[in-house]
Write a protein that binds this ligand. Structure first.
Ligand SMILES: [Fe+2]
Ligand SMILES: [Fe+2]
Length: 340
């Protein structure tokens, strides 16, 4: 029988690493096996668990929510060619800023470790002990937060935030530029409640899960963007070896994110098959509860948010390019490199 129930200890357990992950002298999470392959932190049992829950859903013939970059209706801004243009025109600070902002947002993910995660069994009719959703409060979400911003119980070991800063410093050098302005929020603002039918403590976590899944999907498109740039033989000319190492670090973060995307996909797909107890004493089918808000969140992340960001970023970048010698011509050239 495939194991479907895991303890908090199981979900937090590391592989026995042959070597720790150390970047520029700083110890990071995860490690390497005997063959030198990178292994994500806290995945000794967490990966088998998530795979087992996903297989159980598939075996029942239940729909698994789409969780690929296909959901994104717009490409990255600036485009890869635009970012390359900026790097080659002494505006490396723009890429430095993107890496720093990404690190700051990863660090904020640590709040998940500090949040109170309720037991969803309290508002679900069916028994959820053998499902991913039954493990949200048993460490599944805590492990996710620890991967992003570091485990509050194990200070001194860097997580994704520290990994982004480290790879940024590899390609640019430490303190190459000042700290950028950090945008406020990555999630859709809570202007109207997504799940008014259910108790607020659970509704809040469900909104978080929907936003997190889209944030993971958008991150995947940023990883590809970073890897392409770090791989480009025409960039970081005096730091090619460091750029190659930085690319490896991005790939490790990408490897770690894999379990975030799949676990969120599984939990949200499970929720669609369950029956929720509502605040007014009734019940509602999970698919009726989730499908509308999921559509709202997908469209906000893939479109509405991108539109606002794009205008702001475009104005900022044009301002910086405009100050260079031959600014007007360069701005026109830059805009011509935007993805269709
Ligand atoms: Fe992350
Ligand atoms: Fe993540």
């Amino acid at each position: 029988m495939t194991q479907l129930i895991y303890s908090n200890e199981d979900l937090m357990a590391d592989h026995p690493f042959a070597r720790a992950q150390v970047i520029a002298g700083e110890e990071m999470h995860g490690g390497f096996d005997e063959a030198g392959t990178y292994v994500s932190p806290r995945t000794l049992h967490r990966w088998p668990a998530v795979r087992a829950w996903k297989q159980a859903l598939e075996a029942k013939g239940d729909k698994i929510l789409d969780a690929t970059t296909e959901l994104l209706s717009r490409s990255n801004y600036p485009s890869r060619e635009q970012q390359k243009f900026l790097l080659r025109n002494s505006l490396g600070q723009t890429f430095w800023n993107s890496l720093t902002v990404t690190g700051v947002f990863e660090g904020r993910g640590r709040f998940i470790c500090e949040a109170t995660i309720p037991d969803f069994q309290n508002i679900i009719v069916e028994n959820i002990s053998e499902l991913g959703i039954g493990h949200l409060h048993k460490g599944l979400l805590y492990a996710h937060g620890a991967d992003e911003g570091g485990d509050p119980k194990r200070d001194g070991i860097g997580a994704h935030d520290a990994m982004w800063y480290a790879l940024r410093d590899l390609v640019f050098g430490k303190d190459a530029y000042p700290d950028p302005e950090i945008p406020e929020n990555l999630s859709r603002p809570g202007d109207e409640p997504l799940f008014p039918q259910i108790d607020g403590a659970y509704a809040g976590i469900m909104g978080l899960l929907l936003n997190l899944l889209m944030i993971e999907i958008r991150a995947e498109s940023f990883f590809a963007f970073c890897c392409d740039l770090l791989d480009d033989a025409e960039l970081f000319l005096d730091r090619r070896a460091e750029a190659a190492e930085a690319r490896e670090v991005v790939e490790r973060i990408r490897t770690d994110e894999g379990i975030h995307t799949v676990s969120l996909q599984v939990v949200l797909s499970e929720m669609r098959t369950l029956t929720f107890r509502t605040k007014d004493g009734g019940t509602i089918a999970g698919s009726d509860l989730i499908d509308g808000p999921w559509e709202t969140i997908v469209s906000w992340h893939s479109d509405r948010r991108q539109e606002g960001d794009r205008k702001h970023t475009k104005a900022q970048l044009e301002g910086m390019i405009g100050k260079l010698d031959g600014g007007d011509r360069l701005v026109a050239e830059f805009n011509g490199l935007e993805d269709a």
